[in-house]
Every structure is written in C-alpha cells, then in structure tokens.
Design a protein around this ligand. Structure first.
Ligand SMILES: [Zn+2]
Length: 214
C-alpha cells in the first residue's frame, strides 16, 4: 500500500473520476475485475474536493474499437488503425444504453463537468484529454486551465488504460497528477497493470491511496 500523504488544495485540485460506468463493473459488458470496489474510496474522497470532473465512455453503435465491427475478430484481439495498435473490446458503453450510465453507487451529484469521449466512430478514446490519435482534444484541458486547476487527482476505471492514458496526457499538458490506487481497478491484459504502475512512476505521477489525503 502506498503511503505518500497528499494535502488537498481545494482551489487548485480537481478529482477526476474516470468512466465509473455500469459496463465497466461486474455484470457489465466490459467488466473490470472488482470494478465496483472503487466506489467506497471514491465516495469517501468526493466530499473533500470542491472541483470534481467525470469522464463517460460514450460510443456510437458499430464503433471502431468493437471487435464486432470486424468479421472474424474477437474481443481482446488487436488491429492496426491509422493511429496505431488498437485493442478490440466487447461492445460497451453504447450511447444511451444502461451500460453507459454511471454506476448507481457513484455519488457524482456534485460533479461540475462530464467529459464524454469515444464518440467519433473511427477513433477510440482512453484519455480524458485526447482521443487515441493523441491529437484530437476532448476540451478538458482548456476547461481545467480556465478554471485555474493545477493538479488532477485520478480515480476510476480502468487503471491500466483510461486512468493511465489520462495521467500521461495530464503530465504532458503540465498538470501535477496524483493517482489514488485503491480507487482504481485494472483490466490487466498481459501484465498491463504492472506496466501502468511503472509508467506512472516514470512520468512523475504520485501514487497513493485514499487513506493518505489530508
Ligand atoms: Zn470504450
């Protein structure tokens, strides 16, 4: 368990809850193991922050990240798209479906911004900031900068994809980054959870858990 103490600054910090959606929780189309276990720590942290954002994976039917869009392909196969290697997923978080809704355990009433991502049919989007071409912006960076946010505290699903990519982009954009490890769960394809931790440390993100916020 990581134990670096983080002093919350209510003015400059934003808690960003990544994809707390039914499809990423047990029983969902792309269930992350123990995905629903994040909500205890997330709900404990939420009242501590004045600035709260949420991302919502939000795909049109037939999205290019769905294995079902490619005859003969199966979920978790990879293909090459114009912007690089793409993991193919089960159909998930289809716009307007129950699977795309926020999980009922997530207490998100006080969130001020909801960033929907993955709505371009030909582009997947893991990061809260850019689509997977790493060029097409979601608009979140401009929003945060205009609001004077300097540090992003990340929680959510999945640790080794959308949380990791959001952290990488946030660092590249000049934000400080904290990842709350017990408020995340990983998909863990071929060691991707461990690789994510290495990458997060490399980029200078602070890893800690929800017990270590002051
Ligand atoms: Zn998706």
């Amino acid at each position: 368990m990581d134990g670096i103490t983080v002093n919350i600054d209510r003015r400059r910090d934003l808690l960003l809850v990544v994809d707390p959606q039914n499809d990423f929780c047990p029983g969902g189309a792309l269930a992350v193991p123990e995905g629903d276990q994040i909500f205890g720590p997330v709900n404990k942290l939420l009242p501590r922050f004045d600035n709260i954002g949420v991302t919502q994976d939000w795909h049109p039917p037939g999205h290019s990240s769905f294995a079902s869009s490619y005859p003969g392909k199966r979920a978790y196969d990879t293909i090459e798209l114009t912007y690089g290697t793409q993991v193919l997923w089960p159909d998930h978080c289809v716009q307007g479906t129950r699977g795309a809704d926020f999980h009922p355990a997530a207490e998100l009433t006080r969130a001020q911004v909801i960033i929907r991502k993955g709505f371009h049919r030909e582009l997947d989007s893991y990061s809260a900031f850019f689509e997977n071409d790493r060029k097409t912006a979601t608009g979140l960076a401009g929003y945060l900068k205009e609001r004077g946010i300097e540090r992003i505290v990340l929680a959510g699903l999945a640790y080794d994809f959308c949380v990791l990519w959001s952290a990488q982009d946030a660092r590249r954009l000049g934000f400080d980054v904290v990842v709350v490890t017990d408020a995340c769960r990983a998909i863990d394809l071929e060691g991707s959870a461990q690789a994510a931790t290495v990458s997060l440390r490399d980029i200078g993100a602070t890893l800690t858990d929800s017990h270590h916020f002051d």
